[in-house]
Design a protein around this ligand. Structure first.
Ligand code: URA
Length: 203
């Protein structure tokens, strides 16, 4: 897909979600919070759910956790606009409670379609709920910052699970770890960009 085709497809997907009255959490929320960023990015960041400010403004990761996320992205030489930032749940849960399994399941087909349009090379999950999409059953304390090659919907993909920035804001040790883990992203990108060994053998 060209950039314009991707933009159009994302616009249509957002409109479809806005019209889908079966989506949970809609009644208590102000508005849908869709993903945003560069549709041609290699890196797709996947968070949990909108909070107070995201709900008010209709944009993902713009509160305190979002500011930290932007700084972390800049710490590895990218700008926020270079990447794509999204969430597994698109309406704010009341009092920012954890998403329920049925809620995650109802949003999932839309998240999958967004991923299909963007077709990123690298998935960075923020927190355990987005990690669970690609690595069900994994423990974040064991896999954070480690490059994971997984088979997902018939495709080999690369995922780097990370702690959620909001958790880092609450705990200094998690903050240190998250900053360290971000340094893995350039390395993971270099690996996904590397030609496959089989191709090298043919040359
Ligand atoms: N936390 C998230 O997981 N997503 C947001 O968009 C904001 C905060």
């Amino acid at each position: 897909m060209t950039t314009d085709q991707k933009k159009e497809a994302l616009k249509n997907l957002k409109a479809e979600m806005e019209a889908d009255k079966s989506l949970p959490l809609r009644d208590q929320a102000t508005q849908l919070v869709f993903g945003e960023g560069n549709p041609d990015t290699k890196i797709y960041f996947l968070g949990e759910a909108p909070g107070f400010y995201e709900d008010r403004e209709g944009r993902p990761f713009i509160g305190q956790a979002g500011k930290l996320l932007s700084q972390l992205i800049e710490s590895i030489g990218f700008k926020r606009e270079d990447v794509y930032i999204s969430n597994v749940v698109r309406f704010r849960p009341p009092e920012n409670r954890d998403p329920e399994p049925e809620e995650l399941a109802t949003f999932a087909p839309y998240v999958d379609r967004e991923i299909e349009i963007i077709d990123p090379k690298l998935f960075v999950t923020l927190g355990r709920f987005s990690m669970g999409k690609f690595l069900p059953g994994a423990k974040i304390s064991q896999v954070h910052g480690k490059i994971q090659r997984v088979r997902w919907r018939g495709k080999e993909i690369t995922v780097v699970p990370m702690y959620h920035p909001a958790a880092a804001l609450r705990n200094g040790a998690v903050m240190q770890q998250l900053k360290e883990d971000f340094k893995v992203i350039p390395q993971a990108l270099a690996e996904v960009d590397k030609p496959k060994t089989e191709q090298l053998t043919l040359v």
